[in-house]
Design a protein around this ligand. Structure first.
Ligand SMILES: Cc1cc2nc3c(=O)[nH]c(=O)nc-3n(C[C@H](O)[C@H](O)[C@H](O)COP(=O)(O)O)c2cc1C
Length: 212
């Protein structure tokens, strides 16, 4: 039975364009895979821990091959439990708003917590860096307020630090098959927003129809 994890990164909930597109994908995906087990991680409802002194010391102790003290081990176990959500899924669906040309700080916070050696990646002199989220697929719904087409004032090539960052991170932690769904112009008036959402949801459904 496939396991799908939806990581929600917008605090706008029902009004969120990225979430609407992601849910369009998930609804259609479930029609093809009715036994798929779906779980949700809403980063705005989670009480994400600070990456504090004990977690920091645990990280550097691990890098140096030193034993962890009990408080360091507790902090490390918290990070492992968070990362387990990723390990326990076959299909990762992320809904990601664009904030100041990049990702919301809650998603960066989550990434900073879980992206640890021997949790999401390994490192050896022989093999270098290797992501540990193997054999997974990701579908990322990106929402942007403005127009990022090449002829716009904010062309993606120059202003998009959202999609390249998320894709670099997914690649780093081992996710090789990544599909992007983009909804833009969500703050350029109600009609423009609604049209953009409708078209993006349609693309999301088509992706779900074709995804193995
Ligand atoms: C804090 C904040 C920063 C934003 N920064 C940008 C930006 O840099 N460029 C842009 O095109 N839209 C920006 N927006 C607009 C959002 O990208 C847009 O509303 C998008 O639909 C948000 O995704 P969501 O609907 O899934 O929450 C910003 C919105 C917020 C709340």
């Amino acid at each position: 039975m496939p396991r799908l994890l939806h990581i929600q990164c917008s605090p706008r909930k029902d009004r969120s364009a990225s979430q609407q597109v992601a849910l369009g994908f998930i609804d259609r995906y479930l029609s093809h895979h009715p036994h798929c087990q779906v779980s949700t991680l809403d980063l705005w409802d989670l009480d994400l821990p600070e990456f504090g002194q004990h977690a920091m010391d645990a990280k550097y102790a691990g890098l140096q091959g030193l034993a962890l003290t009990p408080p360091q081990q507790d902090a490390w176990n918290t990070l492992k439990a968070l990362a387990a959500h990723l390990h326990n899924a076959d299909l990762l669906v992320l809904s990601v708003p664009l904030w100041n040309y990049s990702i919301p700080y809650k998603l960066k916070h989550f990434i900073d917590l879980v992206s640890q050696k021997d949790i999401l990646f390994s490192f050896t002199a022989e093999h270098g860096l290797q992501g540990l989220l193997q054999h997974k697929t990701a579908v990322v719904a990106y929402a942007r307020g403005l127009d990022f087409s090449p002829q716009s004032d904010t062309p993606a090539q120059r202003y998009d630090f959202q999609k390249p960052y998320v894709e670099a991170w997914l690649g780093f932690v081992g996710v090789k098959e990544v599909h992007a769904l983009i909804v833009e112009k969500t703050i350029l008036g109600n009609e423009v927003d609604q049209n953009a959402r409708r078209e993006a949801v349609q693309r999301a459904r088509e992706l779900a129809d074709h995804l193995k």
